[in-house]
Write a protein that binds this ligand. Sequence first.
Ligand SMILES: NC(=O)c1ccc[n+]([C@@H]2O[C@H](COP(=O)([O-])OP(=O)(O)OC[C@H]3O[C@@H](n4cnc5c(N)ncnc54)[C@H](OP(=O)(O)O)[C@@H]3O)[C@@H](O)[C@H]2O)c1
Length: 277
Amino acid sequence: MKIGIIGLGSMGQMLVTAFCKSKAVSPKDLLVYNRTREKADRMQETYGVTVASSAEEVGHSADLLFVCTKPLDLLPLVKELSLPSQVHLVSVAAGVSIEDLEAVHTGPVSKVIPTITSQELRGVSLYTCSSRLTGEQQKQFASLLSSIGTAQEVSEQEIETATILTSSGPGLLAGIMESFAQAAVRKSPGLSLDTARKMLVETMLGTAQLLQSEQLGFDQLIERVATKGGITEEGLRVLEKRLPAGFDELFDMTESKHALLKERVKQQAANNQEKGD
Ligand SMILES: NC(=O)c1ccc[n+]([C@@H]2O[C@H](COP(=O)([O-])OP(=O)(O)OC[C@H]3O[C@@H](n4cnc5c(N)ncnc54)[C@H](OP(=O)(O)O)[C@@H]3O)[C@@H](O)[C@H]2O)c1
């Protein structure tokens, strides 16, 4: 099966890396294209994938086509490609729905929200497929996504909230860790920021491994760490007081941004229809 990837920014490059690293896809079956040629050339040098000379070439040669542009660049590009109806089109764009995709392509379409951590073959790829996919296509697609981490099918109603956990998650966790490290340095200026960051990275890795290998729940891990009447309990009390409101606000704000993006995507599609495209 030929896999095409258009757009080699953060997500396109992650997919090339993850497919090659996992050996789920042979580089000779990967055809890529990016608006700025250098990024595609780098992928060719590193992994031996084929660089196409246009997006059309990718769209018309691939069986499975990942379009990894920003949300507002996606629908006009796909429309322009006039894809053959047998191509399985996959969008990774937040805010672009299955309905939007079905309006610009007559064949099977899916939506995936990948995660940067798939570069390490870990993390969760969220996906939802249109009813135009056969059962076999769905199975093959889920299996491909499973090769670069955990593939989790979700409804479009749930995908936005889940996106914040799995896809924004690595960035949000990095933001939390940076704030944690900076607070440590404010408290103990003798500790360098670099040392504090390294301590936290190692602590995150160990925590994740422990949760997974011991099959501990978060609450069980807390119990193991927070000695009764000890120090951690005090820290947890602060978190319990401050974090729920912060996370509620985070979900409210990201929900609003998703809504704005979806509205812009719909508006763009409506404008194109008016122009008779
Ligand atoms: N970043 C994440 O963690 C993440 C996670 C889940 C979903 N997503 C979704 O993934 C999509 C891409 O995000 P990103 O972070 O990878 O963005 P990005 O780094 O800005 O990458 C977008 C890429 O698309 C290329 N591009 C734009 N128009 C093109 C065209 N007509 N033909 C070929 N290539 C074109 C750009 O080329 P240039 O080099 O010329 O700019 C750029 O390399 C977004 O829709 C986003 O919602 C991102």
